[in-house]
Structures are given as structure tokens and as C-alpha cells.
Design a protein around this ligand. Structure first.
Ligand SMILES: Cc1cc2nc3c(=O)[nH]c(=O)nc-3n(C[C@H](O)[C@H](O)[C@H](O)COP(=O)(O)OP(=O)(O)OC[C@H]3O[C@@H](n4cnc5c(N)ncnc54)[C@H](O)[C@@H]3O)c2cc1C
Length: 606
């Protein structure tokens, strides 16, 4: 490709990603009166947010008037094992209710209580039923609402475009280098501020609930642009993904099933979750099956069943059953919602009404009727707590003009995310990122585009075509990476295996540099996979290096060579950045002291 052979667009702010975080950021930036461009890999409405099922956590207090931001803050910090950025956890708990009500004003139709308020359901780790939902299709309603609103705000949409590199002007951000997926053309978008809202990294592992879009692009773009990544060792393995048939392994089975009374059993029919309830959750957990059932049906004098303990704990308990030979035929355990028919009038219809997507998912993909028989489930890579290190209030990264929000940013979740807290995170911090990116852009003159950076990005993007006949296909390398990460840096980790992963990354990186792609540039998935591969390798290294440093077990990070929490690691986060020599470096930072009033909130609610 000849130098400078690309279109140039210009905006004050560009947002990369059209999930909940990106759409909310773009809406807010446009409301501040700046010009906004939004770039996304797929068609509008197809972002990962659309797959979210269970609900949005917000202390609306509709079902439990006792609920308030303080309890939500406390639950989030406790779920995150106190490694969270407390300021983000505070803002999130305080602002989530208003963001949900705003969605309602913009047209979202949530399920209702008898009194006509937004209904709220139970999820693990939340003290009260707190998740606003639309059956088990909450993400669809959220994305539909945000999208309908966004298209009237004068935002310029660049759909089916992938950002392959960020461009800089000295230290500050200057824009992005983009390729058009459909026609393969390259373009440059100049911008004074960039908001990353690219979601997660699930495709670095072989078993995942994540879609093809989750290839860690934002994490890698930020890292190569000089930003810092935080908490990368904390990957969330959701306890319940489908395990059978193999073609659908990893697809999520929402926690909503357990919230509606679904129970976990091993092959002997035993409810094993009662066997091991962590000390700090004992007081809030039911000690009989009857009490747990009553809780899921809204009895305020009962305590939650152990199936609704935090995800890290439930996932490890399932793994233990499987490893010790008490698993189901296909390497999982049984999740049974059909049993509630004995308790609920019109039980089968009730299940279909509460969990319509789950009913169809199992019927169509596994030929299982969940109103009649149990599901087989096991842990699946679901979410990353780690991401771009940002300022809590503004969401700006350590690179001036580069902002991040949603799953690709870090801080709010600490060592473990509570279910439902992502949908609220993305609208709370999406709004903030859009607002502060616009404010920042207003203070800046136009950034200069360095054409050499764009040319270099184009050269790198197109080089796999030069090896169309000689190079290895990208998918072989991708599969090898995914298998290695799953086996060596997965749900149970140790020094020896992670060192092997680190060693294994070097040859994979070499292979990735040599992959070849045939055909032309128009909608060529092999080409896209070849480019995504570099992002997956970057993020895999960041996860492995951070996980090696954290010599303890906490939240989503479990090491069988250090199986307990260690207080020395309870006050630090690990940060990854690109060193001057181009190599990845990891260092620890102390978590700032929490203000007294927030400490009191946590202490008073123990
Ligand atoms: C099956 C499933 C169920 C879930 N259920 C819940 C739930 O009930 N409650 C909850 O709180 N959370 C849930 N989650 C988690 C939650 O859905 C996600 O964490 C959240 O939607 C992430 O939103 P986001 O805006 O950060 O990213 P996304 O919604 O994934 O959007 C990412 C966007 O970035 C774009 N993009 C990525 N890379 C590039 C690039 N290089 N160039 C251009 N564009 C790019 C993509 O095209 C997409 O538009 C669930 C997740 C899954 C997988």
C-alpha cells in the first residue's frame, strides 16, 4: 500500500466500541457539544453487552427498601476482596440507580414488581435482591435503548471497522488507525480524545462465554500506546457454562437460574455447596435447603442458599467435585431448576417465563428441556477484572487524552466482580468517560497526525498477505495459545505451570509474526484473526506475569501453591506497562488509604 493511501476523518472525541460503555460514553460526549465518532468491529447492536442475561445491579430499593448505596458499596468491596479502587466502587454504587432510571426514561421496559416498580432479582454476593432485569435478556433491552437514543445525537458511526493502532502526538493521544472489515480499506481518524470501550479478553482461553469480539484489543491498544494495565491476574471464571455438546462448551448459563431457585448437585445427587461456606459469608448463608429456597422466593426472614455465594468460590467448588470424581458424565456438575415444579404452581411455565433464553438455549443446542431435567454445567472464562488503569472520577488513563470505560478498564471490581455489576459499571463509567473526554477535548488544540505512525500501522496490518502461501494459518496459533492459557493459567494456577506458559509464549509470538493469509482484503476473517492474535498474546503475557507475582489466592486468582489469602498482598495492586526496552514490566502499587467514612460503612455492615 502506498504511503498515506487512506481516508482521514476527524472528531473531537472518538469512542472505540459500541457496547453499553461505548454507547453511553458517545451519548454523553455528544451532549457536551463536541463532535463524536464511534468505531465498532461489528454492526451496531451486536456488541457483547447484548448477550448479558441476568440484570443490572443498582440499589433502587424496590424489593428491599433496606437497600442503599452503602450496602451495594460494601458488597462490591467485599466481593472484590478489598482490592477494588474504593472511589470507583463508591461512585458506582451511588450513581447506578440514576443511570438505570435514565434508561427507563429513554424507553427501557424492565420487569415490574406487583406495585409496578422495576423488579429486582437475587445474584451472588449481593446482600439484597438488586438486579433490575428483563427476563434473562437484560443486555438486549439495554443495548436497544442506548442505541435508539444514540442514533439521534449526531454521532458519526463507523460500523464494522477495527482499530488496529492508536496514534500519538508526543505524549498525548492523536487518533486511531482503523481498517474497514467489509472492504479492507484503511483509514485514519484524528481525535483530541479517545475513549476505549472494547470489552474483554475471553478469547485468550479455550473455554469461554465470550464472543469472537473479545480479543483484548483495547487492553493491547492501550498498553502499546504507553498506558498502564492494572489487576491483570484477575480473570473471572463463571461457575456455570454449558459443558455439552462440545460445539457449545463455555456458553453461559446465567446466574439467574440459581437466583430463581436452581440448585447444584453432584453425580450422587448431593447439594455439595452446603459443605464449605466461607467464614465471612456464614452469617448470611442459609443452613438448610428449605431456608435457601424460601430466600429465592422473597422470604425476607431467610438467608441466601450457598449456590449464591460469590462466583470464584462456586467455580472452585464445582472444579473440586469434578476433580474428585463426583462430576457429571461430561465433566461438569448438575444444575437443576426443574425441581422447583414441586413447589411452584404451573412450574414448567413459570420456568419458561423467568428464564426464556435458558429454556431455548438448552432445547436448541443440547436437546434438553430444563423444565424436565437438570443441565450439565462447569466453569467458563467469562470476564476480566483487570484492564486499563484509570482515574476513578474521569476515567482518563495514564496517557493524556486516552480514556477507558467498561470491561476494558480496571478498578471497580478488585479481585472479583459480582454478577450484575458490569452492566451498572458500563453505564456509570461510560457516562463519566464521555463527559470528561469531551471536557478534555475542549481544552486541546487539534493533535498532529504523524503519517509515519499510520504508515507503520498499515504495514503491520497488511504484512500477513505477503506470506499468503508460505505462512502458517492464524487459527492454529490462536488455538495453541488458547489451549495453553486454559491449561496453565486457568482456574487453578501454580508457579511451575505459569513459568511454562511464559516460556511457551515466546515461540507463539514468533509463529504469530510469521502467519500468512490468503485471499483478498474484503471481509477476510483469517486476516482479522491474524491481527487479533497479537492482542491476545499481549494480554496473555500480562495475565501470566501478574499472576506469577501474586503469590496468594484471592478472588478470581487461585494458586494451589499459595492456597490462602496473604495479608501482604491485601494492600497492593499489580500494574503492567511497556518498559523503555519494549519488554513488559510488572510492579506493585499500594492501594490508597480509604477515607474514614467509607471504612465505617464497611465496618458497620459486617
Ligand atoms: C453471556 C454473558 C452474559 C452476561 N450477563 C451479565 C449480566 O447479567 N449482568 C452483568 O452485569 N454483566 C453480564 N455480563 C458481562 C457484561 O455483559 C459485559 O462485561 C459488558 O457488557 C461489557 O460491556 P462493554 O461496553 O465494556 O463491552 P462490549 O459490550 O463487549 O462492547 C465492546 C465493543 O467494542 C468493540 N470493539 C472491540 N475491539 C474493537 C476494535 N479493535 N476496534 C473497534 N471496535 C472494537 C466491539 O465491536 C463492541 O462494539 C455477561 C457477559 C456474557 C458474555
Amino acid at each position: 500500500m502506498a504511503n498515506h493511501d487512506y481516508e482521514v476523518h476527524e472528531h473531537d472525541v472518538i469512542v472505540i466500541g459500541a457496547g453499553g460503555a461505548g454507547l453511553r460514553a458517545a451519548i454523553e460526549a455528544a451532549a457536551q457539544g463536541v463532535s463524536v465518532g464511534l468505531v465498532c468491529k461489528s454492526l451496531l447492536g451486536k456488541a457483547h453487552t447484548v448477550m448479558a442475561e441476568g440484570g443490572i445491579a443498582a440499589a433502587l430499593g424496590n424489593v428491599w427498601p433496606e437497600d442503599n448505596w452503602q450496602v451495594h458499596f460494601r458488597d462490591t468491596m467485599r466481593g472484590g476482596k478489598m482490592l477494588n479502587n474504593w472511589r470507583m466502587a463508591q461512585l458506582h454504587a451511588q450513581e447506578a440507580p440514576e443511570r438505570v432510571l435514565e434508561l427507563e426514561r429513554w424507553g427501557a421496559l424492565f420487569d415490574r414488581t406487583q406495585e409496578g416498580l422495576i423488579s429486582q432479582r437475587d445474584f451472588g454476593g449481593h446482600r439484597y435482591a438488586r438486579l433490575a432485569h428483563v427476563g434473562d435478556r437484560t443486555g438486549l433491552e439495554m443495548i436497544r435503548t442506548l442505541q435508539d437514543h444514540a442514533i439521534h445525537q449526531g454521532i458519526e458511526f463507523h460500523m464494522e471497522h477495527t482499530v488496529a493502532a492508536l496514534l500519538k502526538d508526543g505524549d498525548r493521544i492523536a487518533g486511531a488507525f482503523v481498517y474497514e472489515r467489509e472492504r479492507g480499506r484503511c483509514l485514519v481518524i484524528a481525535a483530541k480524545a479517545v475513549v476505549l470501550a472494547t470489552g474483554g479478553i475471553g478469547r485468550a482461553f479455550s473455554i469461554t462465554s465470550n464472543s469472537w469480539e473479545y480479543t483484548a484489543d483495547g487492553h493491547a491498544l492501550a498498553y502499546h500506546a504507553g498506558a498502564e494495565l492494572l489487576d491483570m491476574e484477575f480473570v473471572q471464571f463463571h461457575p456455570t457454562g454449558m459443558v455439552w455438546p462440545p460445539s457449545v462448551k463455555g456458553i453461559l448459563v446465567t446466574e439467574g437460574v440459581r437466583g430463581e431457585g436452581g440448585v447444584l448437585r453432584n453425580k450422587d445427587g448431593k447439594r455439595f455447596m452446603f459443605d464449605d461456606i466461607p467464614e465471612n459469608y456464614k452469617a448470611q448463608t442459609a443452613d438448610s435447603e428449605e431456608e435457601g429456597w424460601k430466600y429465592t422466593q422473597g422470604d425476607k426472614n431467610s438467608r441466601r442458599p450457598p449456590e449464591l455465594l460469590t462466583r470464584d468460590h462456586v467455580a472452585r467448588k464445582i472444579m473440586q467435585e469434578v476433580r474428585e470424581g463426583r462430576g457429571s458424565p461430561h465433566g461438569g456438575v448438575f444444575l437443576d431448576i426443574a425441581w422447583i415444579k414441586a413447589r411452584v404452581p404451573g412450574g414448567a411455565e413459570h420456568i419458561k417465563k423467568k428464564l426464556p433464553s435458558m429454556y431455548h438455549q438448552f432445547k436448541q443446542l443440547a436437546d434438553i428441556d430444563i423444565t424436565q431435567e437438570p443441565m450439565e454445567v462447569g466453569p467458563t472464562t467469562h470476564y476480566i477484572m483487570g484492564g486499563v488503569r484509570v482515574d476513578a472520577d474521569t476515567q482518563m488513563s495514564t496517557v493524556p487524552g486516552l480514556f477507558a470505560a467498561g470491561e476494558c478498564a480496571a478498578g471497580i471490581n478488585g479481585a472479583n466482580r459480582l454478577g450484575g455489576n458490569s452492566l451498572s459499571d458500563i453505564i456509570v463509567f461510560g457516562k463519566r468517560a464521555g463527559e470528561y473526554a469531551a471536557q478534555y477535548a475542549k481544552t486541546q488544540s487539534g493533535a498532529n497526525i504523524d503519517t509515519r505512525q499510520a504508515d507503520e500501522a498499515a504495514r503491520r496490518a497488511l504484512e500477513p498477505f505477503e506470506r499468503s502461501t508460505s505462512g502458517e494459518g492464524p487459527y492454529q496459533v490462536q488455538y495453541a495459545l488458547q489451549e495453553m492459557m486454559q491449561d496453565l493459567v486457568g482456574i487453578v494456577r501454580n508457579e511451575n505451570e505459569m513459568q511454562r506458559a511464559l516460556v511457551g509464549l515466546a515461540p507463539l509470538r514468533e509463529r504469530a509474526k510469521r502467519v500468512g493469509v490468503g485471499g483478498h482484503r474484503e471481509y477476510n476473517p483469517g486476516w482479522h484473526a491474524a491481527l487479533d492474535l497479537h492482542n491476545l498474546l499481549t494480554v496473555s503475557e500480562a495475565i501470566t506475569r501478574s499472576a506469577l507475582e501474586r503469590r496468594e489466592s484471592r478472588g478470581g486468582h487461585f494458586r494451589d501453591d499459595y492456597p490462602t489469602k496473604d495479608a501482604r498482598f491485601g494492600t497492593i495492586n499489580f500494574v503492567v506497562r511497556k518498559g523503555r526496552d519494549g519488554q513488559m514490566e510488572v510492579f506493585s502499587v499500594a492501594i490508597p488509604e480509604m477515607p474514614e467514612e467509607l471504612k465505617r460503612v464497611i465496618d458497620e455492615m459486617q
